[in-house]
Design a protein around this ligand. Structure first.
Ligand code: ATP
Length: 199
């Protein structure tokens, strides 16, 4: 079974493209969803975080106060290290579990991750699929979707891996600067290629 990492910058169309693979029966896991799941109320990781930072790190409803946690680790590198030491192995194990469903007939699955190439998550994948659009398309689509001002979107893009560097790492590219039906055709072609020859 091959694990193919699907990545791209903010607003490049990762969710849109992975849904198209999903419609073809491809199993996929979203790394951001898993990172949230492992600290849901009742999880061992959340218990450790509460032990370490105190009950104040929880919201009134018992869920992790992410903004507060982000603020602490932003200011204190040692705390960031502690948190990453706790969460990285937990996330990795849960990703591995979810990436290998029991009854599955296709030769590949997808791991969707915006930070696939920036983190050690790329060690989990056999190949890299980049969803690519020009930066201006990225800006326009993200502004329209999130109702965010241009300078904020541009700041996020500037903090991510540059488009050319990401493309250098790609084994496969989906050009998402096209109408959606044409993108769906690219997805179908790549799917057929991967089913026939996943290596
Ligand atoms: P993020 O990293 O922010 O989660 P993403 O990479 O998952 O974003 P999407 O949410 O799939 O990106 O797409 C961003 C926006 O662009 C959405 O509103 C989506 O509907 C739109 N979009 C995606 N692909 C196309 C396309 N081919 N044509 C027109 N609009 C598109």
């Amino acid at each position: 079974m091959k694990v193919i990492g699907l990545t791209g910058g903010i607003g490049s169309g990762k969710s849109t493209v992975v849904r198209m693979f999903g419609e073809l029966g491809v199993h996929w896991v979203d790394a951001d969803d898993v990172a949230r799941e492992v600290v849901e109320p009742g999880t061992p990781a959340l218990a450790r975080i509460t032990e370490h930072f105190g009950q104040d790190i929880l919201q009134a409803d018992g869920a992790l106060d992410r903004a507060k946690l982000r603020d602490i680790v932003f200011r204190e590198p040692a705390q960031r290290e502690w948190l990453e030491g706790l969460l990285h192995p937990v996330i990795r194990e849960e990703l591995m579990r979810q990436l290998h469903p029991g009854d599955y007939r296709l030769p590949y699955v997808l791991l969707v991750s915006p930070l696939l190439l920036e983190t050690d998550q790329h060690a989990l994948v056999d190949q890299v699929l980049v969803v690519d659009v020009p930066v201006e398309t990225q800006v326009e689509r993200t502004m329209a979707r999130d109702d965010n001002p241009r300078d904020q979107v541009e700041r996020i893009i500037a903090a991510q891996m540059p488009r050319d560097k990401r493309l250098e790492r790609a084994d496969h590219v989906i050009d998402n600067n096209r109408p959606k039906d044409e993108v769906a055709r690219q997805v179908r072609t790549l799917h057929e290629q991967l089913v026939q020859n996943p290596d």
